[in-house]
Design a protein around this ligand. Structure first.
Ligand code: S3P
Length: 183
């Protein structure tokens, strides 16, 4: 037996899920830097691969096509051998196949926020196609009701984000994933 420390091989990727406005992108980027892992923002990756901004993609090809592309890119990203911290779009959990991919390849953390926190942070919903054509509070309330149970079932751990700074959330995510991921 060698006296060298065992190579550090993380078990899985870390994926943040939660409603739009819960801070997934900011937290995932900082967490990736803290862990020295790669960082992928799924919405940015979808935009990078063509089709314009998320709003443009919703407008030109519609939500169903967006969801299909989102699933395909999620599976590809999580196929990476290199450990990644991934920020998903809030609706990633509405496609059942995505839940299987997440369960198989990632430690999933739900960034849970109260409705008031989301409403405050998202304002008029600019840049979020689902919020652009209606009252953001009403749409957020409906989406939150629909998705809360799915986020909970998909999650290996839950972190509350209300009244916490991004750095405090990053610290808390690190604490909850420590027993779940080999860092
Ligand atoms: C969506 C959330 C958005 C984006 C798209 C749909 C949703 O991502 O994927 O507008 O269904 O909740 P963020 O959660 O990063 O805003």
């Amino acid at each position: 037996m060698s006296d060298q420390p065992a190579p550090v091989v993380p078990r899985r990727h870390v994926v943040l899920v939660g409603m739009m406005g819960s801070g997934k992108s900011t937290v995932a980027r900082r967490l990736g830097a803290e862990l020295g892992w790669g960082f992928v923002d799924l919405d940015e990756e979808l935009e990078r691969r063509g089709g314009g901004t998320v709003s443009e993609q919703f407008a030109t090809t519609g939500e169903a096509a967006f969801r299909q592309h989102e699933s395909q890119v999620l599976a590809e990203v999580l196929g990476s051998e290199t450990p990644l911290v991934v920020a998903t779009g809030g609706g990633v959990v509405v496609t059942p196949a995505n839940l299987d991919v997440l369960a198989e390849r990632a430690v999933v953390v739900w960034l849970r926020a109260r409705l008031e926190t989301l409403v405050d942070r998202l304002g008029d919903g600019a840049g979020r196609p689902l919020l652009e054509n209606g009252d953001p509070r009403r749409v957020l309330h409906r989406l939150d009701e629909d998705r809360r149970g799915v986020y909970e079932r998909a999650a290996d751990a839950i972190v509350d984000v209300d009244e916490r700074s991004p750095d405090e959330v990053v610290d808390e995510v690190q604490r909850v994933i420590a027993p779940l991921v080999r860092i």
